[in-house]
Ligand binder design. Sequence first.
Ligand code: GAR
Length: 197
Amino acid sequence: MKKRVAILISGGGSNMLALLRDMGGGDHPAEAVLVASNDPSTSGLAKAAAAGVLTAAVDHRPFGRDRAAFEAALLTHILAAKPDILCLAGFMRVLTPDFVNRFTGRMLNIHPSLLPLYPGLHTHQRALDAGDTQAGCTVHEVTPILDDGPILGQALVPILPEDTPDSLAARVLTQEHRLYPAVLRRFAAGDRKPIFL
Ligand code: GAR
């Protein structure tokens, strides 16, 4: 039986598409059952629908600061899809511990830095400001602490002298598209050994 995967996005969804592409191959241990977003207008939802995956949108804005109410609405869609694994792929809302704890050991996130360096936002600017010579991305299990949790894979990207946050982000994103599918494929097969690219 294939593992059922729900993917949460906020943006263009290029990581989501990389995951869908890989799961589309016949020999994959998982299948996508839902792509959901907190932004009804994001282009990622249309791309997922075009790929034949069920989509859902729950706009977080009407909920204001009531994260629990937003999450309850989102959860209705997620639970209906009966996922075994939840993948955050550019999902830019902080999730409450109550939500996270429902999916302990079953929720993955991709973050554009070499964690534990630079949790949170502006990772590429911070790596450049620090004078780092390499950057990268991390896939990790999600715990209630932001951008924390066991590391399942990392990909390294050299920082070039002429790099700007945008140029670095673009090269890291290319590696994200290699790393996340590789980690999900292994994770869905029950193997949590980290992958280093
Ligand atoms: C990716 O770079 C991802 O690592 C980052 O947002 C981008 C989403 O791009 N995620 C975070 O910063 C989460 N803290 P995508 O929508 O094209 O996949």
